[in-house]
Design a protein around this ligand. Sequence first.
Ligand code: ZN
Length: 223
Amino acid sequence: MFPDDNACLEWLKNARYPSGILCVTCKKITKHHKIKNRPVYECDRCGHHVSPLAWTIFHKSSTPLRIWFDAIHEMATTRTGFSAKALQRKHGVTYKTAWRIFRQIRTLLDENARIFTEEVEVDEMYMGGKRKGIRGTSLIGKSAVVGITQRKGNVASKVVTDVSRYTVVPLIQKNVTKKAIIYTDESAIYNNLDKYGYNHKTINHAVKEYVNGNIHTNNIEGF
Ligand SMILES: [Zn+2]
């Protein structure tokens, strides 16, 4: 599947933007073309650049994508047997490079890396239409997505069957430690977080409240 780095990049682009790239300047999905010798795609209409490597473990790495992709394949299929040393031997990279690649990939395979603590924001939305369309109205064709972020830390998002406390609360319990302060909007989905042992603070968007001291969900909404 991956004869060269361009094939890897093209795969990443299609995986990250399955319905096309939304150009932030044009504010719509536009045609993009690959820039020669750079891991970047350019908007045909306005020339804005986007890199499928941004916010990924491949960002700013000088190691060819093919080596990364092969390492992911090896680690995902032979998780116990494949080491940084084996990666070094197979691809002729330095041990330092092999170890860095190995560690980055392992972070993604390791569920413990997804533990959120301290100050955490949670938000949910239906995507594929207007942002946060009124609940209960025409959600056909939209995907329910829950996002969790630790302030100044990682972010995770997951597509769920629907946004209700039955899908959202278990996700929080699985990913957020009890020591965390959780910030959400006033949605009833989050009503019982206190009972589950979380320190829960809400912002009341309904009355046009967006920031109350430290209480806001601006990070996860931005994401
Ligand atoms: Zn554009």
